[in-house]
Design a protein around this ligand. Sequence first.
Ligand code: ASP
Length: 290
Amino acid sequence: MANYAVALHGGAGPVPGRDYVATEAHLECLANTCNERLIAGAAALDVVEFAVAELESCGLYVAGKGSAPNSAGYVELDASIMHGPDRAAGAVAAVVDVVNPVCVARGVMERTPHVMLAAQGALNFARDNGFKLVDDAETYYVLPVGVTAEDISEQKHGTVGAVALDNSGALAAATSTGGTFMKLEGRVGDTPLIGPGTWADDNVAISCTGTGEHIIRSGGAIAVAHHHSAGASLTEAIQRVLAEIKRLGGDAGIIAASRHGEIAMAYNSDGMKRAAIGSDSPLQVATFDD
Ligand code: ASP
């Protein structure tokens, strides 16, 4: 019987004591929709793009509509997507005014010879290729659930991501963020980087969230893939990278799916908004430790 699996995260920045009922309900509904699509034969790449675009558009997470401004007062977005079977990958970094950075990242992957476009070039590409743009940035962006105005000045963070295995055996991963709050103008974290933020190959699909500078310096997603291909279980592989991120002074969360349909989700922060379901895994939805 074919295996399929999907895991979603809404960032590793939740604050203990705050109410995440709305995001958990949203993640549960989205995971179920992704699962139905996978059962119906959808491709992993389409499922992760669909999931991340929905997480970007809903305004509940620090990505897309829920993104917080940089220290210069405007929103800059990062996103990436990767397809395991052919290692095709696309990304946008420090782009403004696009509604769904993950869709533009897929556009970069499929319509250009490049892996990443940044800043004005990414916006020009999005405009020239008909991707949806924000009409009025002043009114479009909202504070996501569980984020207060005070958080904006405290360098908190959030991100969204998805990994999936489809019933043809293909794996894919995608990640999108507004980045850390009050980041310097032009700062780019791990999220759009193929390797640290997002990775998919024949064995695993991985999406990271957390303090991007530490994720980059630990290797992030691709380090998980290397530990796993060297024999560590998916959970052990994630724990090793989380330990290295902690040693460097950061906090993070990582989700992964394997070609066998295993799902692993772990973090060393206070929590990670997350949901997963698959042919071998009942629905799981949580924000903090169970
Ligand atoms: N990793 C993201 C960044 O550093 C933030 C996050 O995941 O919360 O931009």
